[in-house]
Design a protein around this ligand. Structure first.
Ligand code: VGL
Ligand code: ZN
Length: 197
């Protein structure tokens, strides 16, 4: 049975920003290889009249997650900087889409698109019951966004042909995938979706 995407579904595209692409400040290996597939999903959801949510990491310069401020990450996705822009070639519909900025206050980090944002309210207002999630990084923001969704009672589908992980330790993405599945997620690739209508 193919999965039918309906009005009760939404797509969440996580952090497809220049700084997470190869040569970016916090590069995720081969992250650029999923842009085309992410775009395919965005176009399918757009065609079905579904809302598409683009999260973005949007940190102040003084953000606590940066090494220079005592954190663990190189400076990345600074508000208004080139590295914080959506990556080249990312398709963003002109209607029925939202940009969700996270990690915006200097004293808090937010891996989840639900943390400190209106994502939950926007989904509830639209009667969304199930989220399809893609983007980067599998082992950080994709994972936390999906777990946040499960926690709030949304069904989740991890689009495994359109995610990439950081894998600071080998196997991190694989462990993240297992954790997401044990939290209730199912995995899917494009061929699992019904594109016939
Ligand atoms: C992310 C590390 C730091 C992510 C964001 O988007 O997965 N990872 N900030
Ligand atoms: Zn960040």
């Amino acid at each position: 049975m193919k999965i039918a995407v309906t009005k009760k579904d939404a797509l969440v595209v996580v952090d497809m920003q220049k700084d997470f692409m190869p040569h970016g400040a916090l590069a995720v290996a081969e992250a650029d290889s999923i842009i085309g597939r992410v775009n395919d999903y965005t176009k399918l959801f757009e065609k079905r009249g579904c809302c598409v949510f683009f999260t973005r990491d949007w940190h102040p310069k003084s953000h606590i997650s940066f090494k220079q401020n005592g954190g663990v990450w190189p400076t990345h996705c600074v508000q208004g900087s080139r590295g914080a822009e959506f990556c080249e070639g990312l398709y963003i519909p002109s209607d029925n889409r939202f940009i969700i900025s996270k990690g915006v206050s200097k004293d808090f980090d937010a891996y989840s698109g639900f943390q400190g944002t209106l994502l939950k309210e926007l989904l509830l207002e639209r009667g969304v019951k199930r989220l399809f999630i893609c983007g980067v990084a599998t082992d950080y923001c994709v994972k936390e966004t999906l777990l946040g969704a499960e926690n709030l009672g949304f069904r989740t589908v991890l689009l495994i042909d359109a995610v990439k992980g950081v894998d600071i330790t080998e196997g991190d993405s694989e462990s993240a995938r297992k954790l997401m599945m044990s939290a209730g997620a199912v995995t899917a690739v494009m061929q699992d979706l019904d594109i016939s209508f």
